[in-house]
Design a protein. Structure first.
Length: 359
């Protein structure tokens, strides 16, 4: 038996309880977790914004050590250090054939499988495939990537979602160029990764926006040159900072209609807005036809940073080893499994960066 954070049903409180994991079958791997990040996507599963089978063990951003492998697993072995990949690609579907592996048709099929059972025999699903909010987990072998050498597992856990998403939003979706101005709306774990990535890309001015004045120090340490407390006048304030033009790029990391609209309005004519935040169906964003023509802006969604983890993880590792990317600075709380509900409350209140469960 291992301890895990279980979501019994949508809208129910998270339960920290013992679960029974099976031994890995063919094509599976059993892992002892070292750390798992608490991401807003986990919160989105609890309130039904994202719909996946429940009851489920949550957690999708993690790293650990391989305990055992099933038949046909050859790319890793017991004792290997690994990072979890919550959205593995099949390599066969239409999206994969186009090279857009982050849109793989089969990426979340594993979330419908039976992952483990509670003491009373209740079947549990793996939330977002990997069920990282547990002392140990069993995952499909394609959900496992070798952890980069020289990076502690407690830092490497963040590579599995927050950093890949933030880096990819800047380098693959928005394609920030050296000298451009970037505005980042929402300074949580992903927002902090976006700020660092914009700095790495050579952005000349990086404007961070958040509802909390307390996040300014975090934002500036990550690379922000300016900090704005979110208000109805945020877009006007961004234009004032940019000689009346607006930013070249806006990255929205909240997932609300008002912040998406603010990101759009903060960019110049011909500017680019990338939406990273996951919002509900009730968050309706509207535009009129004339403004679409007049402003000539681009608005794009962004799934998993439009990243291919196999390709991008080594690139991120090199940035970490060179000192350009500081993983530890993304973490504002180090907690146990029992601290996850409080970490959810902090996210809802707009406080802190990334909370990290350390096993």
């Amino acid at each position: 038996m291992v301890r895990a954070a279980v979501l019994p049903a949508v809208g129910s409180p998270l339960t920290i309880t013992d679960i029974e994991l099976p031994e890995p079958g063919p094509g599976q791997v059993r892992i002892r977790l070292a750390a798992a990040g608490v991401c807003h996507s986990d919160l989105s599963l609890t309130d039904g914004t994202m719909r996946l089978p429940v009851p489920a063990v949550l957690g999708h951003e993690g790293a650990g050590t391989v305990l055992s492998v099933g038949e046909d697993v050859t790319h890793i072995a017991p004792g290997d250090r690994v990072v979890l990949n919550w959205a593995p690609s099949c390599g066969r579907c239409h999206a994969c054939g186009l090279g857009e592996v982050w849109l793989c048709d089969s990426a979340l099929t594993g979330a419908g499988a039976v992952h483990a059972r509670t003491a009373d025999g209740t079947a549990l699903h793996p939330g977002l495939n990997v069920a990282a909010f547990a002392e140990e987990t069993v995952v499909a072998a394609n959900c496992v990537l070798p952890a980069p050498d020289g990076i502690p597992l407690t830092d490497a856990a963040l590579l599995g979602c927050a950093v890949l998403t933030g880096y990819g939003a800047v380098h693959h979706s928005a394609r920030v160029r050296a000298g451009e101005t970037v505005v980042v709306i929402g300074v949580g774990g992903v927002g902090l990764a976006v700020l660092q990535s914009a700095r790495i890309a050579g952005a000349s001015r990086i404007v961070a926006v958040d509802v909390s004045p307390a996040k300014e120090e975090l934002a500036r340490a990550a690379g922000a040159t300016d900090y704005l407390v979110a208000s109805a006048g945020t877009a006007r304030e961004v234009r004032k900072l940019t000689d009346g033009h607006g930013a070249d790029v806006a990255v929205e990391c909240v997932g609300r209609a008002v912040t998406i609209r603010t990101a759009w309005e903060s960019t110049r004519r011909g500017g680019r807005t990338t939406v990273v935040g996951i919002g509900g169906k009730d968050q309706q964003v509207t535009f009129h036809a004339l403004e679409l023509f007049h402003w000539g802006r681009t608005l794009s969604g962004c799934v998993y940073g439009n990243c291919d983890p196999v390709r991008d993880l080594p690139v991120l590792a090199e940035h970490v080893r060179a000192g350009r990317l500081d993983l530890g600075s993304l973490v504002t709380e180090r907690i146990t499994l029992d601290g996850i509900p409080a970490a959810f409350d902090m996210m809802l209140a707009g406080r802190g960066g990334r909370a990290l469960v350390v096993f």
